[in-house]
Design a protein around this ligand. Structure first.
Ligand code: COA
Length: 273
C-alpha cells in the first residue's frame, strides 16, 4: 500500500499544528502520525496519559517530529479548554483539529443500559462539540481545518449499534452545521467515515469472529494507512474548496450491508453478547 509520503509532498504541513482527540491509538494515531510525517506538530489527547505518552514518544521517534501528550476527557469542558490552552502555549496556534475520541461496543437494545447509551453519546458527540467549541477561535485565527471521525453503520441501521450510530449521526450533522457557520471565517470542516480497519480496537470490538472481508467490493479490509491518506488529502490545499463533506473510506463496504453473502461487521447473534 502506498505510504502518504509516496503520494503527497513531504513538507506540505510544515509549521502546521494539529490537536487530535483519541490520537493515542488506532485510526487517530495514524492520522496524527501522517500529519507529523508531513512536517506538522501535534498534540494528542485522551483519558489515559500512559498510553498517550508512549504513543507520542513512538511517533516522535518514527517521524523526527514533535508530538505532545495531554491528558483530557473530552466529556469535560474544563479538560478540553486546558488542552487547547496548553497546545497554544506550546505551539502558538492550532491549524488542524481531529475529533476522534470514541467509545463503542456491541449491545442489543435490551442489554443497552441508560448509562451505556449516554456514555457513548457523551464521548463521541458531546466530546466533539466540547473540543471544537474550545478550539474554534484558534481555528478561525489560523483559517484552519477540522476532520470529524464518523462511521457508516448508521447509514443502514446496523444492529447493536444504536448508541454509536446516534452519536455519529449527530457528528455528521455537526460537520454540516460547522461548515456553514465556520466557513465564512475560512475554516473547512469535513469528516471521514471509515469502514472496517484492521488492527484497531474498533474492529476487534465490532467484527464477528472469523469475519472475512474478501467480498468487500474493493477486495480487502481497510488499513490505518487508508485513513491517513484521506486525512492528508482533506487537510491539504488540494481540498481547499471542500467543506461539509463526509468522506466514506471503506472500499464500498457499506453499500453491501445486509446484502446476502456479504459479511456485515456487526453480525454477532444477540445470544453471544
Ligand atoms: N456492553 C454493554 N454495556 C457496556 C459495555 C458493553 N460491552 N461496555 C460498557 N458498557 C456500559 C457499562 O456497563 C456502563 O453502564 P452501566 O453503568 O449501566 O453498567 C456504561 O456503559 C459506561 O461504562 P463505563 O465502563 O463505566 O464507562 P467508561 O466511560 O469508563 O468507558 C467505553 C466506556 C464504552 C468507552 C469503554 O468501553 C472504553 O473505554 N472503551 C475503549 C475505547 C473504545 O471503545 N474504542 C472503540 C472505538 S470504535
Amino acid at each position: 500500500m502506498a505510504k502518504t509520503t509516496d503520494v503527497f509532498k513531504n513538507e506540505i504541513f510544515k509549521g502546521k499544528v494539529l490537536l487530535c482527540s483519541g490520537g493515542g491509538s488506532g485510526i487517530c494515531r495514524a492520522m496524527t502520525e501522517a500529519v507529523v510525517r508531513h512536517g506538522g506538530k501535534a498534540v494528542i489527547i485522551s483519558r489515559s496519559f500512559d498510553k498517550l505518552e508512549k504513543a507520542a514518544k513512538e511517533m516522535s521517534e518514527a517521524t523526527g517530529g514533535e508530538v505532545i501528550p495531554i491528558q483530557a476527557d473530552v466529556r469535560k469542558p474544563a479538560d478540553v479548554e486546558n488542552a487547547v490552552s496548553k497546545t497554544v502555549e506550546k505551539f502558538g496556534k492550532i491549524d488542524f483539529l481531529i475529533n476522534g475520541a470514541a467509545g463503542n461496543f456491541l449491545a442489543p437494545f435490551q442489554k443497552l443500559s441508560y448509562n451505556a447509551f449516554r456514555t457513548v453519546v457523551e464521548i463521541d458527540l458531546l466530546g466533539s462539540f466540547n473540543l471544537t467549541k474550545a478550539a474554534s477561535e484558534h481555528l478561525k485565527a489560523s483559517k484552519g481545518s477540522i476532520i470529524n471521525v464518523s462511521m457508516t453503520l448508521h447509514y443502514t441501521g446496523s444492529p447493536y449499534q444504536q448508541h454509536a450510530g446516534a452519536a455519529k449521526a449527530g457528528i455528521d450533522a455537526l460537520t454540516k452545521h460547522w461548515a456553514v457557520e465556520l466557513g465564512p471565517f475560512g475554516v473547512r470542516v469535513n469528516g471521514i467515515a471509515p469502514g472496517p480497519i484492521v488492527d484497531t480496537v474498533g474492529l476487534d470490538k465490532l467484527a464477528r469472529s472469523g469475519a472475512s472481508y474478501e467480498t468487500i467490493p474493493l477486495g480487502r479490509a481497510g488499513s490505518v494507512t487508508d485513513i491517513a491518506q484521506s486525512t492528508v488529502f482533506l487537510f491539504s490545499d488540494a481540498a481547499e474548496w471542500i467543506s461539509g463533506h463526509m468522506l466514506v473510506v471503506d472500499g464500498a463496504h457499506w453499500l453491501t450491508h445486509y446484502t446476502p453473502g456479504y459479511p456485515g461487521i456487526v453480525l454477532n447473534p444477540p445470544s453471544k453478547l
